[in-house]
Ligand binder design. Sequence first.
Ligand code: PFF
Length: 448
Amino acid sequence: MASSRGEFSSRLGFIMAAAGSAVGLGNIWGFPTQTASNGGAAFVLVYLILAFCLAYPAFMAELLIGRYGQANAVTSLQKMSSRPWQKHFGFIVGFGGIICAALILSFYGIIAGWMMSYAIESAASIVGLHSVADWVIANSLGRNLLFTVAFMVLTVFIIRKGVENGIEKWSKRLMPMMLGLLILLIIYVMTLDGAMEGLNAYLNPDISQLKDPSLIVSAMGQAFFSLSLGTSVMVIYGSYISRKENLVSLGAQVTLIDVSIAFLAGLLIIPAMYVAQAQGVAIFAADGSLISGPGMVFDVLPKLFEDMGLIGTFIGLAFFILMSIAALTSSISMLEGPVSYTVERHNVPRAKATTIIGFLILCISVVIVFNIDTGLDFIATLSTQYGQPIIAMLCCIFVGWIWHRSSILEELKQGNDTVDHSFFWKIWPWYTKFVCPVAIATVFLNSL
Ligand code: PFF
């Protein structure tokens, strides 16, 4: 039975929603890009180690805070605090995460809008509406504004409907669609000339890159972005999980899905780049590195689709729908943090809170659109490079140093009676207290 504030109706519902938040543009675009520019499988290896040894324990801390508090991020952290200074600290950490999520959404929505616009452009070409297709490609300011608004409207539409009928229902629909499209695209790309060369570039490690400390910094940033850490998202999703569920195993399953989909995306994107090369498209920049970032998704791949004729237009359509779906299940999670806070702390009805906050974030997006060259980079750096690691580290400090060990065990035992005999229990509390904060701080300071 769902509580009045909403609850995921099933284990699958939570897994789909949390994996939906985790799997996004970061997996399908960010991970392959980072891998391609950081030594192929050498990066994958470091990423896997950091994802399981650093991001997963921090992810568990956030889920646990939420499940214990059964409330928005600020209230949950304050429930764990006994002294006044701890409550203030809880406010700073919880609210900081909420702001971080809002800032990420403000630029993520623009990029997701680009994905939608390319999907519409492909669809318009297929049905012969060439003037629409040409407008989408030529008019960058109008396109950015229109599709950022459209994407935000979709996000608001889902979040207005609440946890079970909004987040859970749509994640359960969209995630299988996304996975199906991804697998179909991989199979198709693998049949094309050049794909094997791409596979080789992806899976053959360039061990010399392991010496480069920037590889660890990039891998940690990627892992934290991918698991949506430091944004209050996993705290609030944790608060919607029933106490009957085994949190340790749910968290592990979501991490595994997230990492697996990133790996699968690498099997699509990197071979597709080499297929493009086989068709005569330039895939290396002037300095000899593989073209990455926007150039890869909005230049190289569309050229490949164009060269493939009508079938390429369909493949392009499938690819950009895949990207848009992945972005949508992530963006809804970013909006849920600020909305749940406003609903629970300021007694604003959910529909109204969602619309107001969606509108405010959209205003930030519009400012970015008008300053796209500097604005997008600035907000992205501020929120993902600074905000996420700092807040994630503070959440670990909260669990490790402010919360009582006996309360942590009690919460972990809900839905998992034997946790106190497990390897997880022997390691994790200590690990979250000492290793996670120090490791996150070290990598973060290195990134400066
Ligand atoms: N995890 C998402 C991705 O990989 O694209 C991005 C993300 C979602 C970041 C939610 C932050 C967040 F709160």
